[in-house]
Design a protein around this ligand. Structure first.
Ligand code: GDR
Length: 323
């Protein structure tokens, strides 16, 4: 019988890539959806899989909906990708961020424990938990957490709850501590997509400036399509565990912009950038770089390089805007 996977965050960036991977492997994929008046299936459509996903209604903030769904589906695997995932917005919406990213995880784990304790559970943890974690120049599974935003704090709670359900009740749970991962499906408010969209607009004469915040922040950027393979791999192991996932290379926001402008033949790129304080954060995470040897040892490696990723995103935005 086909394995059943419940994917939350199905309309986001990672949900569609993961759903595609699981469908290709023969899974039946259930996608958790909130009750929207106007949901956007664009990202699933982009990968051509909207019709293959079975949508189920529920909300991470509504425990009873999750209890009901887990009981009804009895999934082999749950991938919890649902989140208020925008770090920059989490200061303004700290409570909502906590309800979805922290309590939602508690509700989901509880539903699994009560109704489907053999389900394998994946938690979308994040490098934002490290924050100012150490100054070794990289972060791995042993790095301490010092989150710098309500978002990062909400994810630390979820991380530990995921560990605790493993240790307390013997559930198979895994934390994927993913560093930044991008794609043409990335939301427009995140810096990479904001840059590639802005560069495409400037190239096509639709804009003349690109407003950004801190250009010096450094991130370890990989391709989302590669990272969903790591998620699946974690749940195929003998026991649940926690893994850092990243490329081991980092670049500044300025580097990303330079590379993106280079893709459209613009080298004097800084003249198009204006610094807008609204895009700076009350507390910044200055520098993240993964040491992913643990997941590498399971056979996972990123395939798309930094220049390939930037080019893929710029080209997708050019194509979209030309339409
Ligand atoms: P991040 O991603 O906060 O790392 O979290 P984001 O792309 O928003 O910011 C990356 C860095 O760029 C700086 N920056 C700007 N950011 C945005 N959004 N807009 C700007 O104009 C801008 N200018 C500079 C930021 O200050 C920051 O340093 C992402 C999310 O997907 C999380 O959900 C996920 O957990 C982590 O990646 C891993």
């Amino acid at each position: 019988m086909a394995k059943k996977a419940l994917v939350t965050g199905i309309l986001g960036q990672d949900g569609p890539y993961l759903a595609k991977l699981l469908l290709d492997k023969g899974y039946k994929v259930y996608g958790l959806m909130r009750r929207y008046s106007n949901p956007s299936f664009d990202n699933l459509d982009y990968l051509g899989i909207t019709k293959q996903v079975e949508f189920v209604e529920g909300d991470m903030a509504d425990e009873s909906s999750l209890l009901h769904l887990i009981k009804a589906i009895l999934p082999d695997e749950v991938y919890n990708l649902a989140a208020q995932s925008f770090v920059g917005g989490s200061w303004q919406q700290a409570k909502l961020t906590t309800e979805i990213n922290s309590l939602g995880v508690l509700y989901m784990l509880n539903a699994v424990k009560l109704f489907s304790p053999t389900t394998r559970y994946y938690q979308a943890s994040t490098s934002e938990m490290f924050g100012l974690g150490n100054d070794d120049g990289y972060q791995d599974e042993n790095t301490n957490f010092h989150p710098r935003s309500p978002y990062g704090i909400s994810k630390v709670y979820a991380y530990w709850m995921t560990v605790n359900f493993r240790e307390s009740y013997g559930l198979f749970t895994a934390n994927g501590i993913l560093f930044n991962h991008e794609s043409p499906l990335r939301g427009i408010q995140f810096v990479t997509r904001k840059i590639t969209d802005g560069v495409a607009r400037i190239k096509l004469g639709l804009a003349d400036k690109l407003a950004l915040g801190n250009l010096d922040a450094r991130r370890d950027w990989g391709f989302a399509g590669d990272y969903v393979e790591a998620m699946h791999l974690m749940l195929q192991q003998d026991k649940g565990d926690d893994y850092v996932v990243g490329t081991g290379e980092n670049h500044s926001v300025r580097d990303f912009a330079r590379e993106a402008f280079k893709c459209v033949g613009i080298s004097d790129f800084e003249k198009y950038i204006v610094i807008d304080a609204r895009f700076k954060r009350p507390a910044e995470v200055p520098d993240l770089k993964a040491k992913a040897t643990k997941i590498n040892a399971l056979g996972w490696k990123p395939k798309v390089t930094f220049p390939e990723l930037v080019k893929m995103m710029v080209e997708a935005d050019l194509k979209r805007l030309k339409k």
